[in-house]
Design a protein around this ligand. Structure first.
Ligand SMILES: *[C@@H]1O[C@H](CO)[C@@H](O)[C@H](O)[C@H]1NC(C)=O
Ligand SMILES: *[C@@H]1O[C@H](CO)[C@@H](O)[C@H](O)[C@H]1NC(C)=O
Length: 835
């Protein structure tokens, strides 16, 4: 009775709010002691149906309409901001009730607003002064009933029980189990949207026009739908139910995950969430854009995405910019001073950003191919260019940004360099936020040490030592140092990692993915989740300075067919190299499969690999600044990327092994691999780039035949395969040479050309072998090929011991130091570098 009296207080608006709260409290106290809390809620549930003319007000007891089993509630939910509400549908029987649908893009409203289902069937949300904030526009559609179903769908039906309007077909930012996203519908959370396109792809877009995520079936149909299953499978299906594209949540079919939803989050990423019964919390089971920094515009205009120790974060490119709102880095940055760059025509300069790219989905204006300085200069001169990115992946492509919005990503794993126009002098990152590079810090420390020695008091020494210890530890614990020290290096220079960082990224060198003559390779993960291959070099006695010089040479090579060196570590006796990771392993795995089930490379792919390898080596020999002789070309050192493009690895390492101390040379020198070694190795003659050509010829023959050249098999009549192959070639029995696994699916003209090229490459006289540049042209069919003379059989080679290749400090000439070294076990084992 007390309660009834209080609700009658409606006519006194000032006290109504207080009264209603009091009412609820009293009711709860009263009822929960006798019937339990659930019974109170049951009053509002009404079997999920909502009568026409019903009204909800946050100021009253009835804030929600519940579904039949009260799994969901539609109505006013506290927004998190004190005293404000959001009108929507949320889970109602869990501790952390996520909002799954909202009216008016989740607009926050005060306690005096109302939501009603009009007698004519229109849903209306009004604010305190009666303005319509949102409506369903179903006033004239003959709605006779409304029901909130237990799957979370709120449905308006007409007299024929036909659905007139429902929340499942008018989603906001969430998809529930049972809800189908049809072509043309989208989840939206400005500036981001998620939609199923008529061409059969799911996309994430920024402001409706920049597509930064695009996957799917590419089967055009207007009847496609995307939906999430109870088990955690998210799929695009066609009208007959066939799944054209699927992705699974990490808790797929996990029984303790009881609720699931897909949500477009405010950070522009699409995630699948599961409610874990055991922990009573939501877990992310899948996210569309694995690397958050690739979400377009996440850091706002002029913002730059970087990874710190805890995850992705937004900063401004340099002190030429300041954050729009220092408390909310996602708001982006503005120029400092804040003027339009066009108005700064006589004081413009280009700010260089290493390891940075401006995101382009797709590229905004015509790409062009040019060098790094071309890219910078052309952008500087162009009135419309705001920023430019030169892709240092070997393609030499320069991308202009002409629109007034830039979204940047900086990471040590990005090879690209970018430029952005600034007004006035280009600034570096403010020193307050930039940790000092380890090298300069150690200099400071030693200077301090001298000063202290001069002062000569033990007390001081103790203090300084403590300071050193503190500096050192602080340095080693920071994952940030690598991010920033890269700013200290010249263009194209590699990133320096601390040993601690690499230890952490490889989980203390846990996952070994290969080993070879130079050391062991481990799989590692960078903070942005990109994979790297960390090579722990062994037996490198080189000093720090020399090592850095060689590393700089290796990393100045940029070619599509060379494995990219990302960085290095040189600390104490530790010498490590960090490379991009190739998950398709190396060529030998495909050429000489260990099991019947292995994938067989078709001829087209083989030719493409042969050409790619040749181009990579040609670049090393002829195009890069310091000519690099590889010294160890073999299928194990030819890695394959996701698209089975060849990437030559382990180049430049022979030079690292500069032997000064002759007592140690047999231990320290690098081994070439038998079966691929040019005859000059044995003859103690100078090793030149033509020695690589020989090894390449051997590899090419293996690509064609699928057999190890040094295997003495029955096919080749107990002779070396290459010798036997030449005889067969002479007799015109080309088909005998070709890998039977190809099943005759070849282009005869290309195969014949490749066989001839390989015989030219393995000529005994280095001068008779073509240069790598010529090899490329011959394989491409751009140069006529004469009939090759017989390669001299090197029968003695296979029985010889491992051969050591060492490069003299003065240059690229290689001399054989020890042909008599005992055979090392690793020389015959596969020199797999990455797997
Ligand atoms: C659809 O997605 C696939 C990747 O899953 C992509 O290769 C294709 O280009 C996309 N189609 C269109 C028209 O964007
Ligand atoms: C990393 O960035 C986040 C978000 O900007 C910030 O909250 C956090 O404190 C940063 N962590 C470190 C170690 O700097």
């Amino acid at each position: 009775m007390v309660c009834v009296k209080l609700t009658l207080g409606e006519r006194v608006p000032v006290t109504r709010f207080v009264c209603s709260r009091l009412y609820k409290f009293l009711l709860l106290c009263l009822v929960s002691s006798t019937f339990g809390y659930d019974d109170v809620l049951a009053e509002g549930s009404n079997n999920g149906t909502v009568e026409l003319g019903s009204v909800l007000r946050p100021s009253e007891q009835l804030m929600l309409w519940y579904s039949t089993e009260r799994k969901f509630g539609l109505g006013f939910h506290p927004s998190g901001n004190d005293g404000l509400y959001v009108l929507g549908i949320a889970y109602s029987d869990i501790k952390d009730p996520a909002l799954v649908w909202s009216a008016g893009s989740g607009i926050q409203i005060g306690v005096q607003s109302s939501f009603r289902l009009d007698n004519n069937g229109n849903l209306v949300l009004q604010d305190e002064i009666g303005r319509v904030l949102w409506q369903s526009n179903t006033g004239n559609s003959g709605v006779v009933s409304a029901v909130l179903e237990d799957n979370g769908n709120f449905v308006l039906k007409n007299g024929n029980s036909t659905v007139v309007w429902d929340t499942f077909t008018n989603p906001t930012d969430t998809l529930l189990v049972g809800q189908k996203l049809a072509v043309g519908r989208r989840l939206e959370l400005y500036p981001y949207s998620f939609s199923l396109e008529p061409y059969g792809n799911l996309t994430l877009k920024w402001k409706g026009n920049i597509t930064y995520w695009n996957v799917g079936a590419s089967e055009s149909s207007k009847t496609l739908t995307a939906s999430l299953s109870n088990e955690g499978l998210f799929a695009i299906s066609n009208s007959s139910g066939a799944q054209l594209w699927v992705t699974r949540s990490s808790d797929y079919t996990d029984n303790s995950t009881t609720l699931r939803r897909i949500k477009l989050d405010p950070d522009g990423n699409l995630r699948s969430y599961g409610w874990h019964e055991n922990s009573q919390s939501w877990h992310v089971g899948w996210s569309a854009v694995e690397d958050q920094c690739l979400v377009y515009g996440w850091c706002g205009n002029f913002g730059m995405c970087v990874y710190n120790d805890t995850g992705p974060t937004c900063t401004c490119p340099s002190a030429n910019f300041v954050a729009v709102d220092p408390k909310d880095p996602q708001q982006g940055c503005k120029r400092e001073p804040d003027i339009d760059i066009q108005e700064c025509s006589n004081n413009q300069s280009m700010l260089e950003l290493e390891h940075t790219e401006f995101l382009s989905y797709p590229p905004e204006s015509d790409d062009f191919y040019g060098g790094i300085s071309d890219c910078e200069e052309n952008c500087a001169k162009s009135g419309s260019c705001i920023a430019a990115t030169i892709l240092n992946d070997g393609s030499g492509m320069c991308r202009f940004k002409t629109t007034n919005f830039t979204s940047a990503y900086q990471s040590i794993t990005i090879p690209s360099t970018s430029y952005i126009k600034v007004c006035g002098e280009p600034q570096r990152v403010p020193s307050s936020t930039m940790p000092v590079a380890p090298s300069s810090r150690s200099i400071k420390v030693s200077v301090a040490g001298i000063v202290v020695a001069v002062v000569g008091t033990l007390l001081f020494l103790a203090i300084i030592e403590t300071a050193i210890w503190w500096f050192f530890c602080r340095n080693n614990s920071g994952g940030l140092s690598a991010q920033y020290t890269l700013l200290d290096y010249a263009s194209g220079a590699p990133v320096q990692f601390s040993y601690e960082e690499l230890k952490r990224s490889t989980k203390n060198f846990k996952e070994k993915v290969g080993s070879g003559g130079f050391g062991t390779v481990y799989k590692g993960t960078m903070p942005n989740r990109s994979l790297v291959a960390v090579k722990k070099l062994e037996g490198i006695e080189q000093g720090d300075k020399q090592f850095r010089m060689e590393v700089a040479t290796i990393s100045s090579t940029h070619h599509l067919n060379l494995v990219r060196l990302i960085g290095f570590c040189s600390e104490g006796r530790h010498r490590l190299l960090v490379y991009e990771f190739m998950k398709n392993t190396s060529l030998d795995v495909f050429l000489f499969p260990s099991s019947e089930k292995s994938r067989i490379l078709d001829w087209e792919t083989r030719l493409n690999i042969a050409l790619g390898t040749a181009r990579g080596i040609a670049y090393l020999h002829e195009e890069c600044r310091d000519c690099i002789i590889h010294c160890d070309i073999k299928p194990e050192n030819i890695l394959l990327d996701d698209n089975l493009n060849a990437k030559v690895s382990d180049f430049g390492l022979a030079k690292l092994n500069n032997v000064r101390d002759h007592r140690n040379h047999t231990l320290n020198s690098i081994r070439g691999t038998r079966g691929y070694l040019a005859p000059e190795w044995l003859a103690n003659l100078p090793i030149t780039s033509k020695s690589d050509v020989f090894s390449y010829g051997m590899v090419l023959l293996e690509i064609i035949s699928g057999k190890r050249n040094f295997d003495i098999s029955v096919t080749s009549g107990r002779r070396k395969f290459s010798t036997w192959a030449f005889d067969e070639f002479e007799k015109g029995n080309i088909l005998n040479i070709i890998d039977e696994k190809l099943g005759g699916q070849i282009n005869a003209e290309q195969v014949e050309r490749a066989i001839q090229v390989s015989f030219w490459c393995i000529q005994e006289q280095p001068s008779q072998r073509p240069s790598m540049g010529k090899v490329v042209k011959m394989l491409e069919g751009l140069l006529p090929i004469e009939k090759p003379p017989a390669p001299k059989p090197f029968e003695g080679l296979q029985s010889s011991a491992s051969i050591n290749c060492s490069v003299s400090a003065s240059g690229s000439m290689v001399s054989v130091l020890a042909a008599s070294a005992p055979p090392a076990s690793s020389s015959s084992s596969a020199d797999v570098f990455l797997s």
